[in-house]
Design a protein around this ligand. Structure first.
Ligand code: ARG
Length: 566
């Protein structure tokens, strides 16, 4: 990591000046017009050594500039009042780092010490309910996080964990029976119609609601007629979910669902029982997970209702027991809406208390809502939740309408671009934040968009294809656009490490966009093809080649595929 390297260098420089500090902090410059990096620790040193910060700062800087060995790292180190050290790194330093990137990124990263197993639980669609725009985030974040983990040498087990045994199934079965339909009548059109209808009916009609709950319970208890209908509902709905997830390029090792957890509930109950964690509360069976120092109340986890039915939290516990047996993971990650934060807190605590898996091994990677321009969850003009497939269609239309020649592109290329539109729009936002869904803006080829990134990548590819090059890099940097690009390249590893540590792909997406911006300025200012100077030309081709490799790697890590042309 470049920052760490600079911190080490500067710490050493301070030491040589007679100041010993345990750690110092270097950051990217707040004023790129003045310097590349800065260190704001002068106050800290002044405090420790009880000296005036300005005096101490100026002294350190003048000494560092006099120490021969630092010349090859720093071009200029300056003191800026009241307590900053501004650093301009040397061209040699930059180029050495770029050379090391050419070989293997992993060689310059702090790679995880050991390879661990991560279960990544994402997707999580509810069978029989139509997919809409809100269902995309878990796919994009989950897929990208999984790719980043694997890139860093970990093993991942991805599981879609469908909601396939809940009340919505009881509601649909109720509808099927009410309409006098049979198994053969259940298709996706019928499901799309019946679920919203039943869901609103249940809101207004208490009797229907109870009937649906009863059907759900009997289904879970093995009622044959209901099981038959359920299987058909599953078949139809999962085919539709798969189609949508495939379109978005999500990869799942397992298509398990909540229903699969039922085989493990007895075992969960035994474990909880043996640790005396089960208590009765108003006829229901619960696990108390509150802690004394809780700032906010954490209510008990509801394990079994008074009518004997299991709940969402029980199936999550069952699934964890199953995962421990099947995969023995070191970590389980849940890429699920922020609004389920409390649910996961309860489940994680119950796991910890019962010794199923430690709390620290479980992570809820929450994400925010996809909003419309009004700041409320995205809806169509008519006020309903647009189906995901319709949204893909709309994105295709918008992209095609942007440019005359887009009409002639292959369907495959267009689909890749549509994917880039949706994914880059999503992944550039820190996952826990909401964002406003604006297809028109996202589809533009200029701006912070997927098409802009793909365009840049393909454009560089074209330049590189036209020119051959020898493989070496001198230590010369030719102009500002050139230096800006090279300096930006140095940040790649930091972005990747942050994305990994915080499980947040937006650091990579943000960096990818910034890298593409400086690449664009670079090749617009520096016309490589007409260059007479062979050495210069080769240097620039080298820099562009590495940049393009980085862009390619990041596109992969974000789950974005590259079309043949744009
Ligand atoms: N089906 C759930 C829902 O739509 C999401 C599942 C998330 N994963 C989990 N293990 N609970 O709310």
């Amino acid at each position: 990591m470049i920052i760490e390297k600079l911190e080490e260098l500067l710490k050493n420089a301070f030491y040589k000046c007679g100041y010993e500090l345990e750690s110092i902090k270097v950051i990217k410059s707040n004023r790129p017009d003045l310097c590349d990096y800065q260190c704001d620790d002068v106050f800290k040193i002044a405090k420790v050594y009880r000296k005036n910060p300005i005096e101490i700062g100026e002294m350190i800087v003048s000494e560092i500039n006099n120490i021969e060995e630092f010349n090859k790292y720093f071009d200029k180190v300056e003191f800026a009042r009241p307590g900053f050290i501004n650093i301009i790194v040397s061209d040699e330093f930059i180029n050495n780092y770029i050379r090391s990137m050419e070989k293997d990124i992993k060689a310059i990263m702090n790679m995880p010490e050991k390879s661990e197993t991560f279960v990544v639980d994402f997707g999580g669609a509810n069978v029989a309910k139509p997919l809409h725009v809100g269902h995309m985030r878990t796919i994009m974040v989950g897929e990208s996080v999984s790719r980043i983990l694997r890139f860093l040498g970990h093993k991942t087990v991805t599981d879609v964990h469908l909601g396939d045994y809940g009340l919505q199934i009881g509601q649909v079965i109720y509808g099927v029976k009410r309409d006098g339909k049979t198994v053969d009548d259940i298709d996706i059109k019928y499901l799309d119609k019946i679920y919203p209808e039943m869901s609103s009916l249940c809101k207004s009609d208490e009797e229907v609601r109870e009937e649906c709950a009863l059907i759900t319970k009997e289904l879970q208890a093995g009622n044959e007629e209901y099981q038959k209908l359920w299987k058909k509902i599953m078949e139809v709905s999962i085919a539709d979910i798969k189609k949508n997830y495939d379109y978005l390029g999500a990869n799942f090792d397992y298509w398990y669902g909540e229903s699969d957890a039922y085989d493990y509930l007895e075992e969960v109950e035994k474990i909880l029982e043996s640790k005396s964690l089960l208590t009765e509360s108003n006829g229901a069976i619960v696990v108390n997970v509150a802690k004394e120092d809780d700032k906010k109340e954490v209510p008990p986890l509801l394990f079994k209702k008074s009518n004997g039915a299991y709940l969402y939290a029980s199936t999550d516990l069952g699934t964890i027991v199953q995962r421990m047996k099947d995969f023995n993971p070191d970590h389980i990650l849940y890429v699920v809406d922020n609004r389920q934060g409390l649910h996961f807190e309860q489940v994680f605590r119950a796991c910890d208390l019962s010794g199923i898996i430690p709390y620290e091994s479980l992570e809820h990677l929450g994400y925010g809502t996809v909003n419309g321009e009004d700041g409320k969850p995205y809806k169509t003009r008519s006020g309903d939740n647009p189906k995901l497939e319709g949204l893909f269609e709309k994105a295709r239309e918008i992209f095609i309408s942007k440019k005359e020649s887009n009409k002639d592109m292959s369907r495959e290329d267009i689909d890749k671009i549509v994917n880039s539109i949706l994914k880059f729009a999503d992944l550039q936002n820190s996952r826990e934040k909401d964002y406003v869904f604006d297809l028109n803006k996202f589809s533009d080829v200029s701006g912070k968009t997927g098409p802009y990134i793909l365009y840049t990548y393909l454009r560089i590819n074209k330049i590189l294809k036209e020119e051959g090059m020898e493989y070496n890099l001198t230590n010369k940097i030719y102009n500002k656009a050139d230096r800006d690009l090279r300096l930006k390249m140095l940040d790649y590893v930091d972005a990747l490490e942050l994305s990994y540590r915080e499980r947040k792909p937006h650091y990579l997406a943000e960096y990818l966009y910034n890298l593409c911006t400086v690449c664009n300025i670079f090749y617009q200012t520096n016309h490589i093809s007409g260059l007479e100077d062979k050495v210069n030309k080769n240097d620039w081709l080298y820099v562009l080649t590495i940049s393009n490799n980085l862009i390619k790697e990041m596109l992969y890590l974000l789950g974005i595929e590259v079309p043949t042309i744009m």
